[in-house]
Write a protein that binds this ligand. Structure first.
Ligand SMILES: C[S@@+](CC[C@H](N)C(=O)[O-])C[C@H]1O[C@@H](n2cnc3c(N)ncnc32)[C@H](O)[C@@H]1O
Length: 203
């Protein structure tokens, strides 16, 4: 922890993940959410304006106090109530089968041992309920993967995340079942950080 990770990195995330393309992605990923929703890696509330009106509340898991502060305006402008309910998705203080849905946008790359977070999400989702996700990760092209591996250390220092998470394998190894998955290079993004895995996985 330090000045950069506590104060500057959350601002970097709030800035870089807040453009026209990510807004369209958020719309797609949040579509169909309803009831009580768990959001891991809530950040600065950038998904809040994209939540459907069927969402009754969001239980947010987020370790960054700065991120949460940056999201105050979006939270207060939203009709959907938010409870900040923890700071580590790998250890959730909820009973089994608590939530109607879960949401995770560009988070697994930031969590060491992300499989532990997916196991917790699966535990607290009701049977048949879905995790809505978009994550960047391992590219299909060996040339891009080489750049991802070379860039991991620097990216970890700047963005706090790894570039080459094998998102499909992480989901397959978790208790969740992938029911929808689209993988693509995001238009305009550097290919090493821009290979997206977007979809749904059910408990
Ligand atoms: C790249 S940001 C994405 C934020 C937000 N989901 C969005 O789409 O704007 C990754 C977020 O994951 C959070 N994070 C890091 N480790 C975490 C953990 N163990 N549990 C939950 N969230 C975590 C970070 O603080 C950061 O807010």
């Amino acid at each position: 922890m330090g000045l950069y990770s506590d104060h500057l990195r959350p601002r970097l995330h709030a800035f870089t993940l807040n453009d026209r393309i990510t807004a369209a992605t958020r719309d797609r990923v949040c579509s169909g959410l309803a009831g009580d929703v768990l959001e891991i890696g809530y950040g600065s509330a950038l998904n809040q304006p994209h939540l459907p009106s069927d969402v009754t509340g969001v239980w947010a898991i987020e370790p960054s106090a700065t991120g949460l502060r940056l999201g105050e305006g979006r939270r207060s402008a939203s009709p959907v109530p938010v409870v900040v309910a923890g700071d580590d998705a790998r250890s959730l203080a909820f009973d089994d089968d608590r939530f109607d849905a879960a949401l995770c946008t560009w988070v697994l790359c930031s969590i060491p041992h992300p499989g532990a977070a997916l196991a917790e999400v699966a535990r607290v989702l009701k049977p048949g309920a879905a995790l809505h996700f978009v994550e960047h990760g391992l590219a299909p092209d060996p040339g891009v993967v080489r750049w991802q591996r070379r860039g991991n250390r620097l990216n970890r220092a700047i963005s706090g995340c790894v570039l080459d998470n094998d998102v499909r394998s992480l989901l397959d190894a978790s208790p969740l079942t992938v029911t929808e998955l689209t993988a693509y290079y995001e238009k305009g993004a550097p290919r090493s950080a821009g290979y997206m895995y977007e979809g749904r996985a059910v408990a």
